[in-house]
Design a protein around this ligand. Structure first.
Ligand SMILES: NC(=O)c1ccc[n+]([C@@H]2O[C@H](COP(=O)([O-])OP(=O)(O)OC[C@H]3O[C@@H](n4cnc5c(N)ncnc54)[C@H](O)[C@@H]3O)[C@@H](O)[C@H]2O)c1
Length: 261
């Protein structure tokens, strides 16, 4: 079990103030890593438990500043979890159904998702990967989604009254598919240098959705339930640690079987 230990390792988790990011921080800490929480939003829970560093992953200077600060403070970076991402939000909820149709989907939303979900992952991997190269060791974990593997089934977003509430827009799926490919690219590129790069693909987390949605989602999932954030803690420690030392370029799918059907 020593291979799962992260004793003495320095880990950065982006998007650490969010639902899954906080659980990733907790899991890495429980495995004894020193965890740096990086986000554009601080929350009190995170600030209480972790060293928090304001970081905008879409801005190279901001990520460079994060990297320099951590090197000055701890001397190295062993683990990077590229977790920060956005899901499309429409400013006017009444316009959501129309704007979420592919035929109407605003270019600016497409570009915004690309910028955070894909370019942000690229920037953090580039700047922090360069730092890891100096130690000839590192583990980068890119967080994708089942929607980066399978297209959204739009019928999931029909409510109890039979109305389509919105369509899951294209940018989320496309950026998450891109993250899976960026993982493979970097795994191949850095293979000989000691940096491993893997994807963790989570399924949907139960988080205040209505019962009708939860039941529908569960029926589409072989394990017949949505995830809890706890379900991802083992997988992140496994990928971060030497327990996965012969894995790179892989996609660890933790989705209750969603993509098996
Ligand atoms: N929640 C789910 O059901 C689910 C399912 C599959 C995959 N995922 C993936 O898991 C990851 C975490 O999802 P979540 O549900 O915790 O999301 P969340 O919205 O709760 O958290 C995302 C965090 O990213 C931060 N963020 C956004 N833009 C940023 C930027 N430019 N720089 C730095 N931080 C930024 C936000 O402030 C937020 O704290 C995402 O990659 C998401 O795509 C989530």
């Amino acid at each position: 079990m020593n291979r799962f230990s992260l004793e003495g390792k320095v880990a950065i988790v982006t998007g650490s103030s969010g639902l899954i990011g906080k659980a990733f921080c907790d899991a890495l800490k429980e495995a004894r890593a020193i965890v740096v929480a990086a986000d554009i939003n601080a929350n009190d829970d995170i600030k209480k438990d972790y060293y928090f560093h304001y970081t905008d992953i879409t801005n190279e200077d901001s990520v460079k500043e994060l990297s320099d600060t951590i090197i000055n403070k701890y001397g190295k970076i062993d683990i990077l979890v590229n977790n920060a991402a956005i899901n499309d939000m429409f400013e006017d909820p009444k316009a959501t159904l129309e704007l979420s149709k592919f035929e109407n989907y605003p270019l600016e939303l497409w570009e915004k998702s690309l910028k955070v979900n894909l370019t942000g992952t690229f920037i953090c991997s580039k700047i922090i990967g360069k730092q890891m190269l100096q130690n000839k060791k590192g583990s980068i974990i890119n967080i994708a989604s089942t929607y980066g593997i399978n297209a959204p089934d739009q019928s999931l977003y029909i409510n109890e009254a039979g109305e389509q509430m919105f369509f899951k827009p294209p940018a989320y799926s496309v950026t998450k598919g891109g993250v899976i490919m960026l993982t493979k690219f970097l795994a191949a590129y850095w293979g000989k240098s000691g940096i491993r790069v893997n994807t963790l693909t989570p399924g949907g987390v139960e988080n205040g959705q209505d019962d009708f949605f939860i039941n529908k989602y569960s029926n589409k999932t072989p394990l017949n339930r949505m995830a809890s954030v706890e379900d991802y803690k083992g997988a992140i420690v496994f990928l971060a640690s030497d327990a996965s030392s012969y894995m790179t370029g892989a996609n660890l799918i933790v989705d209750g079987g969603w993509t098996a059907w």
